[in-house]
Design a protein around this ligand. Structure first.
Ligand code: C2E
Ligand code: MG
Ligand code: MG
Ligand code: MG
Length: 281
């Protein structure tokens, strides 16, 4: 049961480790073909501008509707997909689906709406990510700037695949690029020059720690960086009214979080485009 190393590093049989490993293999096998079987879904979480009093964007968040385990979140299977070499097909599906949904919403009259989606670092090392994205956007007749690709700071740090060059090409093609979970990685300011992104998303760990008085050095600093570089700013993980108030006071206008709405299927999310969600107000 307990993991023990003997004098010469001998490891006793560990049934926990073994079952964990078996579960992992099973997950990986199930994941193969999940796209073809139509088991993936996108849920959408609104991004609200307080100033404009409307939903200005939607973030597409991946879900796997597993036949046995039910709805599985991305944290449980995206890493598996990455290691098993399955993420390429999944990202392609996410992109296609998100673009189609944005086109539908535009057709319904929401022509200023922005759609954000999350890319994996692996999307930047194998396929022609720039070609894939620009092709999808043009097939769906979308203004490229209204599609926003979210990347993380860790992708910027290990620039082996020439991520910076690809970000530059995406921006030259008119797409928007956001740094997700901003501030949690190694946010050297030099990266902001090397990676010409359009948006910073304040990580929810900073929002979570916001309390009472409207002074917060981290949020103030990030707000200043966004303003200085002319970037859009979105606060993630906003759950409480005090956080909304504090963020507003500190100069952050666009917010996303459970306070407004949890991610939901397109049919429900579409309703928020007509009436701004505010679950808690
Ligand atoms: P993320 O891009 O930072 O997405 C935000 C996550 O925070 C989402 O979790 C969202 O449901 C959750 N969230 C939103 N508001 C709140 C809040 O007020 N409080 C709290 N506690 N959480 C909140 P989710 O959907 O489980 O996604 C987790 C991560 O999985 C995402 O983090 C993203 O990195 C990744 N991911 C999601 N969809 C995709 C995808 O299509 N492709 C790839 N490669 N990764 C994805
Ligand atoms: Mg994201
Ligand atoms: Mg995030
Ligand atoms: Mg994230």
């Amino acid at each position: 049961q307990v993991k023990r190393s003997g004098k010469n590093g001998f490891r006793f049989f560990d049934p926990d480790l073994n079952s964990h490993y078996r579960e992992r293999i099973a997950l990986e096998n199930d994941l193969r073909g999940a796209v073809e079987r139509g088991e993936l879904e996108l849920h959408y979480q609104p991004q609200i501008s307080l100033h404009r009093q409307r939903v200005v964007g939607m973030e597409a968040l991946l879900r796997w509707n597993h036949p046995v385990h039910g709805m599985v979140g991305p944290a449980a299977f995206v890493p598996v997909a990455e290691e098993a070499g399955l993420i390429g097909d999944i990202s392609r599906w996410v992109l296609e689906q998100a673009c189609r949904q944005l086109a539908d919403w535009r057709e319904a009259g929401h022509d200023e709406l922005r759609m954000s989606l999350n890319l994996s670092p692996h999307d930047f090392d194998s396929a022609d990510v720039v070609g894939m994205v620009t092709d999808c956007v043009s097939r769906h007749g979308l203004p490229p700037s209204q599609l926003e690709l979210e990347i993380t700071e860790s992708m910027m740090m290990q620039d082996a695949a020439g991520v910076a060059a690809k970000v530059r090409q995406l921006r030259e093609a008119g797409l928007s690029v956001a740094i997700d979970d901003f501030g949690t990685g190694y946010s050297a300011l030099a990266y902001l020059q090397k990676f010409p992104v359009s948006t910073l998303k304040i990580d929810r760990s900073f929002v979570r720690d916001l309390e009472g008085p409207a002074t917060n050095p981290i949020i103030s600093a990030i707000t200043g960086i966004a303003r200085g570089f002319g970037l859009q700013l979105i606060a993630e993980g906003v759950e409480r009214a005090e956080q909304v108030e504090t963020l507003r006071t500190l100069g952050c206008d666009v917010m996303q979080g459970y306070f407004f709405a949890r991610p939901a299927p397109a049919a429900e999310a579409g309703g928020w485009l007509r009436a701004v969600p505010c679950g808690a107000c």
